[in-house]
Ligand binder design. Structure first.
Ligand code: TYD
Length: 705
């Protein structure tokens, strides 16, 4: 059953009527979004195009490595050093003008590179493109939300477009994400385009012009983006721009606690692994006979892998700790870099780099998930810290890995038929060892499940469950009570607990027991008020800890005023939900440490635990479908949340099988009732003899709350 008195539809939810607005008003938003994507394509195309161009005139492996690494480092350098300055500039001038200037100048700069055809200018161009990009990026990030917000005053245009697409009350939040996707999304496409252009150039233009075509394509992307931006009449300056200084943030990061530093270390390790792979990629693929096309293929793998990893990070292995996953992802990225360094086959290198990308992307998104403080309104700063770590480490990797590789030179290892350990391989191995160490230290620092062995934890997560070692199962404190029996019914949404609890109570009353049926939350007067707060969808921004404490407060009142008095007079208490709901929902569902929730609740209840907990198991999708009334605040959580709750309940049941009766809720009701009755019989103080179901001589004492 779902009690709906405390629920009502979300007032801020987009209303159906909003979609009937004139389509033309969304045009500026769409046009700008396209302009940003095309410009993003240009930016991501410039990375391989300029680094490949830099390699061409260089002589010898060392010089080629330094030229490619130098171009990459110079592209990133402005983001590390000049980003706040460029941000301040972008904030002063018109957003649209900033975008136009950046695109137009990048067009000119890139176009001149093949015409001048000299390494110093190629490197200078990389630096200039980097500078213009740090002017462009914050203006791009601020423009879409400004357009969305500007037009959402009357719920028109971009506002509706975004609100409809994201079902979000504030169209700016959706527009911000759209902007991020427009800027970063084209990266894998750009790498693929680069690879294809390299193939075409090889076939059509011959060796002397190989690097020209991708550069011209980059220039075209910038000029098209500029033209599209010019068509957008006006971008309001409603979104302020402020870009934090990466080095400053990094410095402040040293004042973080142990876990914060662990996080920086982990994300730095992932960035080092990915950065090292990119730094030597052009020369490495050249040696394997792949040339620019191979370079493009490896970068496509990496970029697609990164995108996939970013998507996967928060989703994969639901019940597994994100902190542990973060450490493991960094270690995986480092190990893949080792394979990358040692393998001499281009196809394998491309695949391994793609997996490295997945690991690095997953590490980043896990880091971002860990850093997101559920109690903080604005979670931009911790993310900015992670971004700074990534940028600075990538810069160091681009500059240092090729330099170290060049300095080490090539060595022949004579083991059997001889193995050439070249400089880039050795430099990659050094980077991999550093990343591995960072991952291992970060894993230990961040571990939020200390003492819980990794392998069973992972194995349980693969089965969709949370591993609870027997030693950590919640130990009920012994409670003195005379004759009473306490039975709780637990399960996810729509499992049919309420019905089964009621049937069990009727059966017990039929056999003459004094039975109290009750429920959580909201069985007492105070509890009803807490319930309204907890389940009303109007309750927004309730922090996870406050939610846990409110449920615990409701439970404390429930135990003190209803359950304990009943047990003390010898009654049987049948409760629809009890403490395990908090462990499953607030612990596993909200990803709060289960031990903490257990401790708070042990205090709230004085250690009172049920004699029997009946867990009705149902897949969340089926359970949620069974609900007829509008979803309350908890029911409206996404399906992953409910999957974690289910896994949590199962883990609790596994950890304490004597207290639990786990039943598949999809079975027929009568069968379930019978099984429940058999089990209840075992714990009754004065057992009901089997076969007495039809006895009519009993006189039930009915006491309901
Ligand atoms: P309710 O309407 O009683 O639903 P159900 O029929 O599913 O029991 O709502 C109770 C909701 O509160 C339910 O979604 C589970 C949630 N809940 C917690 O998150 N923690 C808790 O400790 C308890 C008791 C309930």
């Amino acid at each position: 059953m779902t009690r709906t008195d405390a629920t009502r539809p979300h007032p801020a939810a987009p209303q159906p009527g909003a979609s009937s607005l004139p389509a033309a008003s969304a045009v500026p938003f769409r046009r700008l979004r396209t302009a940003l994507s095309v410009s993003g394509l240009g930016l991501w195309l410039a990375v391989p195009a300029l680094s490949a161009m830099a390699v061409l005139p260089a002589d010898g492996t060392g010089a080629r490595l330094r030229a490619a690494g130098g171009a990459l480092a110079l592209l990133v350098l402005p983001a590390v050093l000049l980003a706040p300055l460029a941000g301040a500039l972008a904030d002063r001038i018109d957003r649209r003008l900033a975008l136009l200037i950046a695109d137009a100048l990048r067009f000119v700069v890139v176009l001149t590179v093949p015409l001048v055809d000299a390494l110093p200018w190629t490197l200078a161009a990389a630096f200039l493109v980097g500078c213009l990009s740090v002017l462009w990026a914050p203006a791009a990030a601020a423009s879409l939300p400004a357009l969305a917000a500007g037009e959402s005053a009357d719920m028109a245009g971009g506002g509706v477009l975004v609100a409809r697409a994201t079902a979000e009350a504030d169209p700016r939040a959706g527009a911000r994400r759209t902007a991020v996707r427009a800027v970063y999304g084209p990266a894998p496409v750009a790498a693929l385009v680069f690879a294809l252009l390299a193939v075409i150039a090889n076939a059509a233009l011959g060796a002397s012009h190989r690097a020209d075509l991708p550069l011209y394509a980059t220039a075209v992307a910038f000029v098209v983006a500029a033209a599209l931006t010019a068509l957008v009449k006006e971008v309001p300056a409603t979104e302020p721009i402020s870009v934090p200084a990466p080095l400053k943030l990094l410095f402040q990061g040293s004042g973080l606690d142990r876990a914060g530093r662990g996080l920086g270390l982990a994300v730095g390790g992932a960035a080092l692994a990915a950065g090292a792979a990119v730094a030597v990629a052009r020369v490495h693929t050249g040696e394997l006979g792949g040339g620019d096309a191979g370079y493009g293929a490896v970068l496509t793998g990496l970029a697609a892998g990164l995108a996939f990893g970013l998507f996967l990070g928060p989703r994969v292995l639901g019940p597994f700790s994100r902190r542990r996953l973060l450490g493991l992802a960094v270690i995986a990225a480092a190990l893949l870099l080792i394979v990358d360094a040692l393998v001499r086959n281009l196809v394998v290198v491309a695949f391994v780099t793609a997996f490295l990308g997945v690991a690095a992307g997953a590490a980043w998104s896990c880091g971002a998930a860990v850093v997101r403080d559920p109690d903080a309104e604005d979670d931009d700063r911790p993310r900015a810290f992670l971004r700074s770590v990534t940028l600075v480490v990538a810069l160091v990797a681009f500059a240092a890995v090729p330099a170290v590789a060049g300095a080490l030179g090539s060595h022949r290892i004579d083991a059997g038929d001889g193995y050439d350990l070249d400089g880039s391989m050795a430099a990659q191995l050094i980077a991999a060892v550093l990343a591995l160490a960072a991952g291992a230290v970060a894993y230990r620092r961040l571990d939020d499940r200390p003492g819980i062995p990794l392998v069973p934890d992972l194995r349980a997560a693969l089965r969709g469950e949370v591993y609870v070692p027997p030693s950590q199962a919640v130990e009920p404190e012994p409670v003195r009570r005379e004759h009473g029996v306490f039975i709780a019914f637990e399960g996810g949404e729509g499992a049919g607990k309420t019905t089964q609890a009621r049937l069990a109570a009727i059966w017990l009353r039929d056999h003459g027991y004094d039975v109290i049926t009750t429920h959580e939350p909201g069985a007492t007067k105070i509890g009803m008020r807490l319930r309204a707060m907890l389940l009303d969808r109007d309750t927004t921004g309730l922090s996870d800890r406050a939610e846990s404490l409110l449920y615990a407060a409701d439970r404390a009142d429930h135990v003190a005023n209803v359950i304990r008095p009943a047990l003390e007079r010898g009654a049987i208490v049948v409760s629809d939900r009890y403490l395990d709901s908090s462990l499953a929902y607030q612990g596993y569902g909200r990803r709060q440490p289960v031990e903490d929730i257990a401790r708070v609740n042990a205090w709230a209840t004085g250690g009172l635990m049920p004699d029997l907990t009946v867990l009705l198991e149902v897949p969340p999708a089926d359970g949620l479908r069974r609900l007829s009334a509008p979803a309350d605040r908890i029911e409206s959580e996404p399906q992953e949340f409910h999957e974690r709750v289910r896994a949590g309940f199962r883990a609790l049941a596994e950890a304490d099988p004597d207290r639990y009766l786990v039943l598949d809720a999809s079975r027929p009701q009568a069968e379930l009732s019978r099984e429940i009755q058999y089990r209840i019989r075992e714990i009754l103080p004065d057992p009901i003899p089997a076969g007495t179901e039809d006895a009519t001589s009993t006189f039930p004492a009915i006491t309901d709350v």
